[in-house]
Write a protein that binds this ligand. Structure first.
Ligand code: TPP
Length: 565
């Protein structure tokens, strides 16, 4: 006799509905760490097709989600339990939010029915996360799960992308959700999901200014890569015969070997040579760039009034905040640049870019003279040069603050466009690169991923090396080892008469620490050993770490012109 077909249950548990809502938005992986309040969610994840990456703390789970989002173009998802799980996930959430990277953090929470009774780990997650995220809520009822997740994905990926937070109480995970309510628009799982076009009258005004400019210059922030506007940018730069400078997050907007490329400008990766290009402009076109303190060296380059300003940004609040803007173009960078290309159809500005090339040559001559040095301790320039020689063009390099970010931003030449290099430029918290590189690798496993950190950063992320070993991630971690919070010591030298205070710490053999976690590792003191060690490390099939004893920043000739807060 035929068995009756078992009808699918009309309801799901809240935890099951969360999993289904993530899947419906195209989520494939969740980074996170377990806790008492997360038990129903873990039970639902266990039976699902979602991959779960167990991390060693929630901050790194959020950094992994961030690195994953940057490389995949999809929302990165992280999770943790209540109380400490929420306070620990917070740094990664705010970094992503300020960097316009859509990550969703889910913290489970004490039951709705236990609120206000001195319940262990109880915390006002709504208030905590509100100023740090683009959108956040605390669920009170299971039935609201589908609507809340749809709203979170829409908020994260439309307009200026950003982070979202959802607190998921224990009893909400167990309550019923109608199966029919569980649906989503999958296009909201990638970003930008809803592109906005600029006002045509503003496009005409901008085109008129561009035709009149004698020395136009692009300064591109992260918005170009976020919107995939690289081709439109090159087309417009070619029409205008204009140089293209970038911020650190803007690396990847243009192939840095191209004649138009200036490199990074500003106080963390800019040099006197790149600054000279900014100072020569009579029209600056900011694209997807907040014109913040680092890029503009505290709003001095360009100097106020020096140049006409056209400012393209998806966020209407950005143009006009720091510079008097002649034309604001509000919209998606790709659509704005494309509209400008259409408006300038048939126009060609004839100009010679050899002056830009001369400045780039001058910058790299100084760099190469130092990179060639066989002196110990090893010069940071040597590390940049060796990695530049050995990494394929499609490799992904993540740099921490300290020595790595300014040196790699200045001298690591990105060959090609799109996301190949990044750093945490919103808050610049130490200890980001290792976990972000792990997330990046999960998103793009076919290319080599490298994380470069100072030893200050190593101290803030070392526990996560276990994750890299457990998951056999073939990432190379590079430690610039100098037993000092070097960037700050250099600031004490340049701005406070060398009155050094509480910046030196003890020497650690990071290679031995890494070996204890199960990585293959090298400690390098002689510059001549650096190339061979990196070669072996990069080719190894599993996680590797190269600990490089380096010249500290206060003794080095840093690319930055000055230390500015
Ligand atoms: C979480 C956090 N705390 C403090 C700082 C301030 N800070 C910026 S750079 C720096 C020193 C970095 O030291 P290290 O990682 O050893 O790199 P180095 O500068 O020596 O190359 C510090 C403490 C920070 N960026 N992040």
């Amino acid at each position: 006799m035929n068995k009756p077909v078992e009808a699918a249950a009309a309801t799901l548990s809240g935890a099951e509905a969360v999993v289904e809502m993530l899947k419906a938005h195209g989520v494939e992986v969740v980074f996170g760490l377990c806790g008492d309040t997360s038990l129903p969610l873990y039970d639902a994840l266990r039976g699902s097709s979602l991959k779960h990456v167990l991390t060693r703390d929630e901050r790194h789970a959020a950094y992994m989600a961030d690195g994953y989002a940057r490389l995949s173009g999809k929302v990165g998802v992280c999770e943790g339990p209540s109380g400490g799980g929420a306070t620990y996930i917070l740094p990664g959430l705010v970094e992503a939010n300020e960097s316009s990277i859509p990550i969703l953090a889910i913290n489970t929470d004490v039951s709705v029915s236990s609120r206000g009774k001195f319940t262990l780990t109880e915390l006002d997650q709504r208030t905590l996360m509100k100023p740090l995220t683009k959108w956040n809520t605390v669920l009170d009822r299971s039935a609201d799960i589908p609507r809340v997740f749809r709203k979170a994905f829409e908020a994260m990926t439309s307009g200026r992308p950003g982070a979202a937070h959802i607190a998921l109480p224990y009893d909400v995970q167990n309550g019923p959700v109608e199966r029919g309510d569980v649906w989503a628009d999958p296009t909201l799982g990638s970003f930008p999901s809803r592109r906005v076009a600029p006002d045509p009258s503003m496009v005409d005004l901008a085109a008129r200014l561009l035709r009149k400019a004698k020395q136009p210059l692009f300064i591109c922030g992260g918005g170009v890569v976020l919107s995939g506007a690289e081709d439109e940018l090159l087309r417009l730069a070619t029409t205008l015969s204009a140089p293209v400078a970038t911020t650190i997050s803007g690396k990847g907007s243009i192939d840095e070997r191209c004649a138009h490329s200036v490199g990074v400008v500003g106080s963390n990766g800019g040099t006197p040579e790149t600054r000279a290009v900014v100072d020569a402009a009579d029209l600056v076109l900011f694209v997807g760039c907040r014109a913040g303190s680092v890029t503009t060296e505290r709003w001095r380059h360009p100097s106020p009034g020096q140049a006409r300003i056209i400012h393209i940004d998806a966020d209407p609040a950005v143009p006009g905040t720091n510079y008097k803007v002649d034309v604001p173009l509000i919209g998606d960078a790709r659509l704005c640049l494309s509209a400008l290309n259409d408006a300038l159809e048939g126009y060609q500005r004839e100009a010679d870019l050899s002056w830009v090339d001369e400045r780039k040559r001058a910058k790299f001559e100084k760099f190469e003279a130092l990179a060639r040095s066989d002196e110990a301790p090893i010069k940071p320039e040597r590390v940049v040069q060796e990695l530049s020689k050995q990494l394929d063009a499609d490799a992904v390099l993540v740099a921490d603050p300290g020595t790595p970010c300014p040196y790699f931003s200045a001298y690591y030449v990105v060959r090609g466009t799109g996301r190949r290099y990044f750093s945490n430029r919103a808050h610049g918290a130490l200890g980001y690169a290792a976990a972000a590189a792990m997330g990046a690798h999960v998103a793009r496993p076919q290319v080599k991923t490298v994380a470069v950190m100072g030893d200050g950063s190593f101290g803030m992320c070392a526990g996560e090396l276990e994750t890299a070993v457990r998951l056999r991630l073939p990432i190379t971690f590079v430690v610039i080892s100098n037993a000092v919070y070097g960037w700050i010591k250099a600031g004490q030298k340049s701005g406070f008469g060398g009155r050094y205070f509480s910046v030196d710490f003890g020497v650690t053999d990071h290679a031995k620490v890494a070996e204890a976690f199960g990585l293959k590792a090298w400690r390098i003191t002689d510059p001549r050993q650096l190339g061979p060690a990196l070669k072996t490390a990069l080719a190894h099939g599993g996680p590797t770490l190269v600990d490089i004893v380096c010249q500290p920043l206060h003794e080095a000739r840093a690319p930055v012109s000055e230390w500015v807060a």
